[in-house]
Structures are given as structure tokens and as C-alpha cells.
Design a protein around this ligand. Structure first.
Ligand code: ADP
Length: 175
């Protein structure tokens, strides 16, 4: 499994459901009732109690975030956020940035120190990974500079190609 550190940001290749961090972020859909990709993997690993808690949340709007317990996951919490379906609209980038911002705000509000993000919207939602990676890293970087008590943010990616994109962008833009 590949791994690299860039200050308080870390890049990891692997399965986000196996991580022993305080919170993992789920790239959910508006229903919050599970789906494919990373969402399906998180629900499978966490068990049916996660679905039961999600049913009480009345869904989530695109760009917003909601927190639940992690149940059978090694992570204590799951932060569910809904990325935009990529449609080449100007608001796509704002909505994707809002996912990162609102997830980080929720983590900080719960006093969490470590949060792991998947590549939100880069799967079935079709966001071009290179564009999404720049938004993810820039948004997290600004948030960490503002110092909300967060100590570490991990980017957890599956594909070699997306790992390379993040690695290149972090190398060039984070010191
Ligand atoms: P979205 O609907 O937001 O596009 P997807 O789950 O389809 O979400 O994909 C988001 C990204 O998460 C993709 O790059 C996909 O390869 C990756 N992914 C899928 N499963 C996992 C996992 N278990 N851990 C980490 N990343 C994953």
C-alpha cells in the first residue's frame, strides 16, 4: 500500500473502511441509505446499525454533511457528505468544495483530530479526478491553516491513476 506525507496531509492507497482513524468520510447520495462504491463498502463494513441511524437523518443535500457513529468500523464516526454529480456547471466546484468544508467543520465541532476522505464524486458521479483533487487539497489546506484543532487529514484513494494525481498535486502545492 502506497503512502506519502505532506505536512498535516497524508495520501494513502487502499480501502478507507479499514482505517483506524476518528472519522472516515462517506461519499454518500442524498438518501443516505447506502449505494455503490465507497458508500456500499462503508455500509457493508459498518453493519445494519449504520443504516438504521442513517434512516433517522432525513437525507442530506448536495454539499452538506451529517455525522453518525461508525458501528463495526474501526473508525469511531462516519461523516456522510453528498458530492455533486458532475455536469460541467459552475456550481459543481463550489458544491464539491462545500463537501470538504462541511465535513471538516463537523469533525472540528466534534473535537476530532483525524479525518480520512475518499475521492468524493470521482466514481459514478463522474467528476474529473484531476479537477476534484485540486479542489480537495486546496480546501483542506485552507481549513488546516485556519486551525480548527484538526491535526491530520488523510486522502484515501483506490486507483493508481488517482494516487498519482494527488501525489503530483500535493508535491507541487503543499510544503
Ligand atoms: P461518488 O458517487 O461520489 O462518485 P464512488 O463511491 O462511486 O462515489 O467513488 C468515489 C471514489 O471512491 C472513487 O475514486 C472510487 O474508486 C473510490 N472508492 C471506492 N471504494 C472505496 C474504498 N473502499 N475505499 C476508498 N476509496 C474507494
Amino acid at each position: 500500500m502506497k503512502h506519502a506525507t505532506f505536512g498535516r496531509m497524508e495520501l494513502l492507497q487502499g480501502d478507507i473502511t479499514g482505517l483506524q482513524v476518528e472519522a472516515i468520510v462517506n461519499a454518500a447520495n442524498c438518501s443516505l441509505l447506502g449505494g455503490g462504491g465507497v458508500d456500499g463498502a462503508i455500509h457493508r463494513a459498518a453493519g445494519l446499525q449504520l443504516l438504521a441511524e442513517c434512516k433517522t437523518l432525513n437525507g442530506c443535500e448536495t454539499g452538506q454533511a451529517k455525522i453518525t457513529a461508525g458501528y463495526r468500523l474501526p473508525a469511531r464516526y462516519v461523516i456522510h457528505t453528498v458530492g455533486p454529480v458532475y455536469r460541467q456547471r459552475p456550481q459543481d466546484a463550489q458544491l464539491l468544495a462545500a463537501c470538504y468544508q462541511n465535513s471538516l467543520k463537523l469533525a472540528a465541532a466534534h473535537g476530532l483530530k483525524t479525518v480520512a476522505f475518499p475521492a468524493i464524486s470521482c466514481g459514478v458521479y463522474g467528476y474529473p479526478p484531476k479537477k476534484a483533487c485540486a479542489i480537495a487539497v486546496d480546501t483542506v489546506k485552507v481549513f488546516l491553516q485556519q486551525d480548527h484543532g484538526l491535526e491530520k487529514v488523510l486522502f484515501v484513494v483506490y486507483a493508481d491513476e488517482i494516487y498519482r494525481l494527488y501525489h503530483d498535486y500535493l508535491t507541487t502545492n503543499v510544503h
